[in-house]
Design a protein around this ligand. Sequence first.
Ligand SMILES: Cc1cc2nc3c(=O)[nH]c(=O)nc-3n(C[C@H](O)[C@H](O)[C@H](O)COP(=O)(O)OP(=O)(O)OC[C@H]3O[C@@H](n4cnc5c(N)ncnc54)[C@H](O)[C@@H]3O)c2cc1C
Length: 314
Amino acid sequence: MRVVVLGAGISGLSTATLLRERGDEVILVSAHATEATTSHLAAAVWFPTSAGPADKVARWGSTTYGVLAAEAARGVPGVVMRESLVVYRQEPGPQPWADAVGDLRPARADELPGGYSHGLRFVVPLVEMPTYLPWLHRQYVDGGGQQVVRRIGSLDELLDLKPDVIVNCAGLAAGQLVGDDSAYPIRGQIVRVVNPGLTLSVRDETHPAGRAYIHPRSEDCILGGTLDAGVWDTTVDDETTRSIVSRCSDLVPALAEAEVLQALVGLRPGRPEVRLERDEQLIPGVPVVHNYGHGGSGITLGWGCAEDAVKACE
Ligand SMILES: Cc1cc2nc3c(=O)[nH]c(=O)nc-3n(C[C@H](O)[C@H](O)[C@H](O)COP(=O)(O)OP(=O)(O)OC[C@H]3O[C@@H](n4cnc5c(N)ncnc54)[C@H](O)[C@@H]3O)c2cc1C
């Protein structure tokens, strides 16, 4: 089968990889190099955020956790298993993501920052996308996958590539390309700082000043972050940068002195639910498999969604 995959972010690259592995001829079409995708910018920690539906998110997330954990175990560049702590000011109820993570346990009192009464400790994959995404892309190309750099205005512009099936992994742009009004941006600002020696991810989803998360990487530390639904503006806001550093310093005081390297803004592909389905109506005679709308969870769900997208191509 000849499959054209639109999009070279995590959704497109994971889907294209699995299609290649089962022997399909694959052409990856992307307006941007991988470095210019939203996927490249992501904090890229396994943690379901702003994505639905809940039952499928649990299944896709669990599959992806397994794939990334296996990649970390065999030393795939950029993928590590990261000790993590989520903190709460009151006792948390059951967490929907808990079943997928191994060895979840309550945090001890001496593991909690000041002002917090509860916490959960667990281990999740953290993916350094500036390393992992180019690696995945190289694997795809070295494995015989084809690539075309092209911006399209509608999916039928891909018909000159003679596809048997098109897979639509265009992220936020997918909404405009197929007239899906339910797709919307979720603006996210994050801050890269010099890592003051941290190895533990820490997260407070309900900090009064906004969500706070700290993800140590090999060369830096990602601090976040905002989730602004419906906002298209990609300009860095300096006041937001200060607020992010300040609230993360509440969790880890050493961060108050950390040198800021860069502030970054990206637009998550929001949608009430991930769209993963086969569409026979859009282009007569050529089925389109949609795989977009992953919100703040594209890396968390990527491999699970790619598996379903490949099945939908059959
Ligand atoms: C600040 C921030 C932090 C995040 N942190 C996390 C996290 O910790 N964990 C997590 O799981 N997720 C996180 N995310 C969300 C994650 O980044 C997205 O869900 C994911 O990147 C979506 O991937 P995608 O491949 O669907 O889209 P994208 O990465 O946006 O890729 C879209 C592709 O489609 C192509 N394309 C688009 N339009 C056209 C066109 N007209 N013609 C040709 N090609 C086109 C683009 O060139 C690109 O190759 C974060 C996002 C942000 C902004």
